[in-house]
Design a binder for this molecule. Sequence first.
Ligand code: GLY
Length: 298
Amino acid sequence: MFENPSGPWALIVHGGAKEMGPGEEDANRQGVLEALAEGRKILERGGTAVDAVEASIRKLEDLPIFNAGHGSSLNEEGEVEMCSGMMDGRDLSVGAVGAIKGVRNPVSVARAMLGEKETLIVGEGARTFARNKNLPLVNNDALITELRESELAEHDTVGAVALDKGGNIAAGTSTGGLTGAHVGRIGDSPVPGCGFYADNHVGAVAFSGDGETIQRLALAGRVMAALDRGEHPEQAVAKAVAMLPGTGGADADGGGIAISKDGRVGWAHNSPDFAVAMITSDMNEPKAWLGKKEEKNG
Ligand code: GLY
């Protein structure tokens, strides 16, 4: 039941902090717009931020251009292991899975974990949990695409944050992780306070990028503290992303999206590209960009 069913709403999604290959621009732009449309439908008809975030990320996972779900990066043994996290800002519940194999939509497993006492489960246990919740399982090799087999190093993630008409906020992430990583490696994406966070009293944030550095900096927590001080989400995320090279070295890059509790939306990145799409109750049409350079050039 909504306390304020006609409040402002907002949704922002991203397709990962990365460098797009030649000819990949249209698929990235189209992909984030399609994902946005899935979540938008839910928010417009008065659905919850949690449902909108899950729906948007499911679409991103299904599209092979993004490193999540179908089209995930491969680890050192040439296998897909995926991570996903979701957070419900109503009660600070967290659901996350790490190094999970053989599920079609990791974000829906993370979503199902929101109802559990545990916040994060990994590996075979996470797949068993998905099976017990009747979520679709797939052969792990069916998640591999030709694009990822030829890839050298990626650590991008997809994500979404939403504010619904009832003033509820949610965040979510999903990733195939870091190309060539050790088996069992878990990055920032399923770790609350690092790759994501959501709190109805403050706002929400989701990151992509160098997962180890994002964890070392507890980057989502820093953005939440900045939002709590009243900083604009754009400024809060930009300052957080700018910290990455100082801790992780010159190559440490990333990107993030954020919403404040009053519906202000912002995003920033220091990666070469970062496809983003957003819509708010004040906008007639969604907007999408492949990075800040494109946004600045109009
Ligand atoms: N940011 C995704 C990862 O490092 O796994």
